[in-house]
Design a protein around this ligand. Structure first.
Ligand SMILES: Cc1cc2nc3c(=O)[nH]c(=O)nc-3n(C[C@H](O)[C@H](O)[C@H](O)COP(=O)(O)OP(=O)(O)OC[C@H]3O[C@@H](n4cnc5c(N)ncnc54)[C@H](O)[C@@H]3O)c2cc1C
Length: 227
């Protein structure tokens, strides 16, 4: 069943009251055949909430959760390494629908944006059942059972950093994506997990496994030479 949320508060209340529910943002994962979300029976459509757009206030860039990856890629307000991470989604059609909130919330081990947002030490503004809270992206990412709705991401204006993606082709799943920003390193390693910390060895905290992108040994090597 599809429930159209009229406010962020209503969306969160539905998410808590409906067992096996999930939010629908761009729908690129939710509506994908064979998706890991194919068991979801109660869909909470948040796509018409006013949560898209990019602005700058008081030295912080705010990126609304419903902002598409294409809009992130094109915005000169967004730090360059985060824009580059949005372009790791090689398909224009996908970038035009997929949202930054949906991408981060999926916590995929080959996530386009997770490493950049974690290394950039972004904050996440959330609507929880108790109201609006601001958490670090890292704290949100580690809490896999969180039912909060992401409202926006906040990152320091002009934050500098770099991202690297290794995959067989631009359209294949990435084996390793790494990001570094002001000494904070984050790694997404396919089939294995995500880690961040103030060391270029932060990837060593991930239990790296073989998968279709390559062997564990190959991915360990890539992570060790990425920066
Ligand atoms: C062919 C194909 C290849 C893909 N390859 C990759 C890939 O290599 N790497 C990758 O990272 N992704 C990949 N994806 C998945 C997906 O397209 C992206 O991750 C996308 O950014 C998800 O955003 P969405 O808005 O479409 O999310 P949706 O599909 O609408 O939702 C996905 C999940 O995010 C949650 N969610 C959505 N918005 C919010 C919010 N504001 N707050 C809290 N939770 C929220 C939902 O509850 C749901 O669980 C691929 C998809 C396709 C179709």
């Amino acid at each position: 069943m599809i429930h159209i949320a009229r406010t962020a508060e209503e969306a969160v209340a539905l998410r808590h009251s409906l067992e096996g529910s999930a939010y629908l943002a761009g729908g690129t994962e939710m509506m994908r055949l064979g998706s890991s979300l194919s068991g979801v029976r109660e869909i909470i459509d948040v796509s018409s909430l006013p949560l898209s757009g990019i602005s700058n206030a008081g030295g912080k860039v705010r990126i609304g959760a419903l902002t598409t990856l294409q809009d992130v890629k094109e915005s000169l307000l967004v730090p360059a390494f985060i824009r580059e991470a949005a372009s790791f989604c090689a398909s224009l059609q996908l970038r035009n629908a997929a949202t930054i909130g949906g991408n981060f919330a999926l916590r995929r081990s080959d996530s386009y944006l997770a490493a950049a947002l974690l290394a950039g030490e972004c904050s996440v503004e959330l609507m929880c059942s108790e109201g609006v809270k601001v958490k670090s992206a890292d704290e949100f990412f580690r809490k896999t059972e969180c039912r909060a709705l992401i409202l926006s991401f906040l990152v320091d204006e002009g934050r500098e950093g770099r991202v690297r993606r290794i995959g067989r082709t631009s359209h294949s799943h990435a084996a390793v994506i790494g990001a570094e920003s002001m000494g904070c390193h984050a790694f997404s390693i396919s089939g294995s997990g995500t880690a961040c910390g103030h060391s270029r060895d932060a990837w060593k905290g991930i239990d790296i496994r073989d998968d279709l992108t390559g062997s564990a040994e190959y991915k360990r090597y890539l992570a060790s030479v990425l920066f």
